[in-house]
Ligand binder design. Structure first.
Ligand code: URA
Length: 246
């Protein structure tokens, strides 16, 4: 976090937090609703340090921050984008006071995939987590058609060739259970991959003659889905979670 002595216009600081437009803030200041370090503010263009000066609006202390970090339990049926003309996006699930930060999802989950999605406006962190050179591990839970086991685990460990000829990096497959549905056996698995090709998990199972029936991301790097979050719910990362990602 930037804690240096950097001043900005008060209307800019409050505007960044979505408290109002420049014109709104001018009006609020005129109405005496904004104070800076205990003094009623006269000029909405006054300079303040957003991290160390105390700005109050209607008597409430304003907590400034530049970045937001949100863990979303993505439900199926929404797309990993900031806007779309047809489908609901993961950003549509957030309230207005987060949208003012212009957050975006860190990477993509397919429309039918559920689970952990990090949403932020911190481009540097997103870049670091997505960089192909960093090999950030991602673990997925999946239900897959058929009985998969040691043979598939060995193939994933070696790398499998996808439909476009790309050979995947070594991945770790753990079978956690088996079940049966109307169409036959289903394996419950955890797969950890350290890259993020388009539809990668689904295509890896296709490469070994299986099919993903259900897919949920459980973790990304050090960040694990908080299972107390119902599908569609979100919360901000804790300080520890954020520090562990950096
Ligand atoms: N792999 C997939 O096939 N889909 C996802 O959504 C994520 C990883």
């Amino acid at each position: 976090m930037n804690k240096g002595k950097k001043t900005q216009r008060v209307d800019k600081i409050l505007g960044h937090l979505g408290i109002g437009s420049r014109a709104d803030l001018k009006k609020m200041v005129k109405q005496g609703r904004v104070s800076l370090n205990g003094q009623v503010l006269k000029d909405s263009g006054a300079q303040a340090d957003p991290y160390t000066d105390q700005i109050e609006v209607d008597g409430e202390l304003v907590l400034y921050r530049e970045f937001i970090y949100i863990m979303l339990h993505k439900p199926a049926g929404v797309i990993s984008a900031t806007e779309d003309t047809r489908d609901r996006t993961v950003i549509d699930l957030l309230p207005e006071h987060y949208k003012v930060f212009h957050p975006f999802p860190v990477g993509r989950l397919d429309k039918d995939t559920e689970g952990l999605l990090l949403i932020t406006n911190d481009g540097q962190l997103a870049h670091d987590l997505l960089s192909p050179r960093k090999h950030v591990p991602k673990t997925y839970y999946a239900d897959v058609r058929g009985l998969v086991g040691e043979e598939e685990a060995a193939r994933f460990e070696q790398g499998v060739e996808l439909d476009d000829g790309y050979v995947t990096l070594p991945a770790k497959l753990v079978v956690t259970g088996q079940a049966q549905d109307e169409e036959g056996p289903v394996s419950r698995i955890l797969l950890t991959i350290s890259e993020g090709k388009f539809h990668q998990v689904k295509r890896m199972f296709e490469a070994v003659g299986s099919k993903v029936l259900y897919l949920k991301r459980m973790s990304m790097g050090s960040l694990t889905l908080d299972e107390t979050l119902p599908k569609g719910a979100f919360r901000e990362l804790t300080e520890d979670e954020l520090n562990s990602l950096r």
